[in-house]
Write a protein that binds this ligand. Structure first.
Ligand code: CS2
Length: 490
């Protein structure tokens, strides 16, 4: 079947939205590192809005730091792809034109650096997932023994990591007498701007202390809160869309109607007049904390407990009353640890979140969310647990998904189905757990994982006891029983 492309755009059905601007006149103002589905459905859509509003300075060159897959999907389509917004029976298809080119960093390091260092490039955005920052999840310090980061510490001639590309490109801009670009982390890390800045400065300092001073003085790393549920595209999604479009789109993304990008208004150069869905603010942390602890915390809970129960998708987990009640309890606990911004009505937010999770047309897989738990748990669950313990409050619901994550490491759900653990620390955890004979020993093995568990929790009696009790229930009675018991103990 014919592919979606600039040439086939005109023949699409009339109800499909498409770029209204002249794509040939668009300039590159943004470089994006880590082009996955999330970027295509979130930031790229926001820049597409800006282009549609007539400001053509904000086209995107996007890079993948590893795999050529997205480039291979998008290049034959002239960078075009469909964003399919699904809600119940309604589906809106919009063709996005903001991505001008996709580069594969290992294939074209000089080209990527050149575009990052180009005078027109004002913004570098990142969605490289939590593990891509090469920072210790608990402390945020550089993981110097990471092989790729170690290579970037030796030489930045051909960078291997996102931090390496940013430092090398900033050095080029400085030599050329240009200002830095604004670097915007769009990953679910706590204080993502400060973490990115810390990593960039540490690597820059290692190579050239003067460069670090220059970045510190002139660079900008705004904090952000990013929010949109973007499940991985399946072959069935691609086939269904081909029926609708009459052409094949291998780069499509599917998402929900909701979208939000809260950005700290701290740019070191020009920025676009963003449209709907983007909020510029002085303080992002209260938004970020609420989102990480309520949305992402519940997501991880649903993923581990639902996944262990053998349930494949988020909405299927929430069809179980015991799972719904557990999520509400988790939110009751997490919300006492927040200082929400005045514009955020937590009760309404919770209601809206539950409705978003219930969206059965998204087919969001529990195993997708369960990935990389070691990188996600500190900000989603361990931080609110620490805050509640410090205030002398209970942690029954918040500690259940942490026990679920420990149980997950066995690689087998309650129906007997086996699966691989997708996590950069999977090997380390497997090693630690190998010699642990019972639930108590398994909890201690995981509590000793310094990269993940903050010192205040490592030997906290109440936390340890809660984990041992939940893990024992999970191992002997299963996830559905644990969920049902949760409401009796809190
Ligand atoms: C999810 C997030 O996979 C995950 O860990 O919790 O990707 C979540 O869907 C987004 O943060 C929603 O904004």
């Amino acid at each position: 079947m014919t592919r979606l492309s600039q040439a086939t755009l005109g023949g699409l059905p009339g109800d499909v939205l498409r770029p209204t601007y002249d794509r040939d006149a668009v300039k590159v103002g943004v470089v994006h590192l880590g082009i996955g589905a999330f970027h295509r459905a979130h930031q790229a859509a926001m820049f597409d809005d800006v282009l549609s509003a007539g400001d053509l300075r904000w086209g995107i060159v996007a890079a993948s730091l590893r795999s050529p897959a997205v480039r291979d999907q998008m290049a034959p389509q002239d960078g075009l792809y469909t964003m399919l917004v699904r809600d119940g029976q309604q589906q809106t298809a919009r063709i996005m034109g903001a991505v001008q080119k996709v580069l594969i960093a290992p294939e074209a390091p000089a080209e990527l650096l050149a575009v990052m260092a180009a005078p027109d490039t004002q913004i570098v955005t990142l969605t490289i997932t939590e593990k891509g920052y090469k920072l210790d999840p608990a402390s945020g310090a550089l993981i110097e023994d990471d092989p790729q980061l170690a290579a970037d510490m030796l030489s930045l001639e051909t960078p291997r990591t996102a931090l390496g590309y940013i430092v090398a490109a900033l050095a080029m801009r400085r030599s050329a007498g240009l200002k830095p670009f604004t670097a915007i982390s769009c990953d679910n890390l706590p204080h993502n701007g400060a973490r990115l800045r810390g990593g960039v400065l540490a690597l820059a300092r290692h190579h050239d202390p003067d460069l670090a001073v220059w970045i510190e003085a002139y660079g900008a790393f705004p904090e952000t809160m990013v929010d949109r549920i973007v499940p991985a595209t399946t072959p069935q999604d691609v086939a269904d869309l081909a029926q609708r479009l009459g052409v094949e789109d291998h780069a499509m993304v599917k998402t929900e109607p909701f979208t939000q990008w809260v950005i700290e208004d701290h740019f070191c150069g020009p920025r676009p007049a963003f449209g709907a869905g983007v909020q510029l603010t002085a303080a992002v942390a209260p938004w970020e904390e609420a989102k990480l602890r309520l949305l992402n915390g519940a997501h991880s809970g649903i993923a581990y407990l639902g996944g262990l129960a053998g349930l494949a998708h988020v909405h299927e987990v929430l069809q179980r009353p015991e799972a719904r009640a557990f999520v509400e309890q988790l939110w009751d606990e997490a919300q006492t640890t927040l200082s929400p911004p005045p514009e955020l009505d937590i009760a309404a937010y919770r209601k809206a979140l539950m409705a978003r999770f219930d969206n059965s047309t998204l087919m969001h897989r529990t195993h997708q969310i369960a990935m990389d738990g070691s990188q996600k748990l500190p900000q989603r669950l361990l931080a609110p647990i620490m805050a509640r313990l410090a205030a002398g409050q209970g942690i029954e619901a918040l500690s259940l998904p942490v026990a679920g994550w420990i149980r997950w490491q066995a690689g087998r759900d309650d129906t007997g189905e086996t699966f691989a653990i997708d996590d950069p620390l999977a090997g380390v955890m497997a090693q630690r757990l190998a010699g642990a004979a019972d639930a108590e020993a398994r909890v201690d093995a995981v509590l000793g994982l310094e990269a993940v568990v903050p010192p205040a929790l490592q030997d906290h009696t109440q936390f340890r006891a809660a984990l041992i009790r939940w893990l024992t229930i999970l191992e002997t009675q299963g996830a559905l029983v644990a969920l049902a018991l949760c409401k009796d103990v809190s």
